[in-house]
Write a protein that binds this ligand. Structure first.
Ligand code: MRU
Length: 368
């Protein structure tokens, strides 16, 4: 399987000559439409408007956006290719502020251009940038499968797992992060059942995670976000797995709004709370979650549902799109290199130094 998830011959992000193509995630699951972005501005707008969403997927999209920028600079005979790429990076990075994968990908693209441009003809440089964007996509998919292998070890037979938002194949190059351990455990023949938070206000859980799990044949129950505590108190949930948009040096995690409330509830009910993410989501430049910029989206996304105004005209609403879960509430972080346990400060740094060749799921988890 390369870039396709179970049964669905569909990718989240793909390249066609001169364009980055996206499955429009605002229309799923009932309408399947493709959006073609042929300029940096269109690519940035698609990210802002959540045509594509999920931390790794927006990083991959931005990497292809940098290729579009290089092609545009070449077509206009620009003498300052690096300047044009730096400007494109600024535009793409500003599209959404919380997920570090976006900046991580544009940094990597710009660094390659810097390294090559003085001794490489422009046409060849564009080819190298395109190969780099493909590599970012392929590496992401491989990391997701490795996360699946590591994380499946944490799921007992008959596990009831709660997840929030969509950290599946749609949010990545394929397969997913939080959904990867669930999919791998299912493939291994374990009985797994998933409680899917609907994830107000954008409904990534209700629209996207349910669709992916259904496609994979994994049993699930859709719940509203406010039902999570009820099911935890009933003893119906064995563990929680969520994705991440940014994990900082002390292990604090930014993820979809509502994640923090789940972690607090999990602690109250003594339920293990896991975060699954590739190391491209780890940002060692920030010491604590207090430093993470939280995207504030249009409050109308809270006031309207399916184009229908829910609240009285003129009401005030707020829409922080992410929150920060303190590391003290997290049992372990599942990465492609292994499972990180507390103390996160030390063990995150240790795993970031690990060579990719040591990614054997049989190895001992960091910190154990
Ligand atoms: O606003 P979104 O839909 O981009 O938020 C997505 C999440 O919060 C995911 O959990 C996170 O990006 C990880 S995706 C593998």
């Amino acid at each position: 399987m390369s870039g396709f998830f179970y049964g669905c011959a569909m990718r989240t992000v793909w390249w066609e000559p001169g364009a980055v193509c996206l499955i429009d995630q605002t229309k799923l699951p009932h309408t399947r439409e493709t959006v073609r972005c042929t300029t940096v501005a269109e690519t940035a707008t698609a990210i802002t408007n959540m045509i594509v969403r999920g931390a790794p997927a927006i990083g991959i999209t931005a990497a292809y956006g940098m290729v579009i920028a290089a092609e545009a600079a070449a077509a206009s005979d620009s003498v300052d290719l690096i300047g044009e790429l730096a400007a494109a990076k600024t535009t793409l990075d500003a599209a959404r502020p919380t997920a570090v994968n976006l900046r991580w990908a544009t940094d990597r693209m710009l660094a390659l251009a810097h390294a090559l441009h003085e001794r490489t003809p422009t046409a060849e440089l564009i080819e190298r940038l395109l190969s780099e964007a493909h590599a970012i996509r392929d590496e992401d998919e491989a990391m997701c499968y490795a996360i699946g292998e590591w994380g499946a070890q944490l799921l007992p037979e008959g596990a009831n797992v709660l997840t929030h938002c969509n950290a599946g194949g749609l949010a990545t190059a394929g397969y997913g992060t939080a959904l990867a351990p669930i999919k791998t455990a299912h493939t291994q023949g374990k009985q797994v059942h998933v409680f899917v938070d609907e994830t107000r206000p954008f409904l990534q859980g209700a629209r996207l995670t349910t669709w992916e799990l259904q496609d994979a044949g994994i049993p699930q129950t859709l719940i509203t976000d406010s039902m999570a505590g009820y099911f935890m108190r009933q003893g119906s949930i064995d563990c929680i797995i969520v994705g991440a948009d940014r994990i900082v040096a002390n292990g604090d995690v930014a993820n979809k709004i509502g994640t923090y409330s789940l972690a607090v509830l999990a602690q109250a009910h003594n339920i293990p709370f896991y975060v699954a993410a590739p190391t491209s989501t780890i940002d060692l430049s920030m010491a604590s979650g207090d430093d993470i910029p939280i995207e504030q989206r249009d409050p109308r996304e809270v006031m309207y549902l399916g184009g229908q105004l829910l609240a009285p005209e003129g009401v005030q609403a707020a829409h922080p799109a992410f929150d920060v879960t303190p590391h003290t509430l997290i049992k372990a972080i599942i990465t492609e290199h292994g499972i990180i346990e507390p103390p996160f400060e030390t063990n995150i740094r240790q795993i970031m130094q690990q060579p990719a060749s040591s990614d054997e799921p049989s190895a001992a988890p960091a910190g154990s």
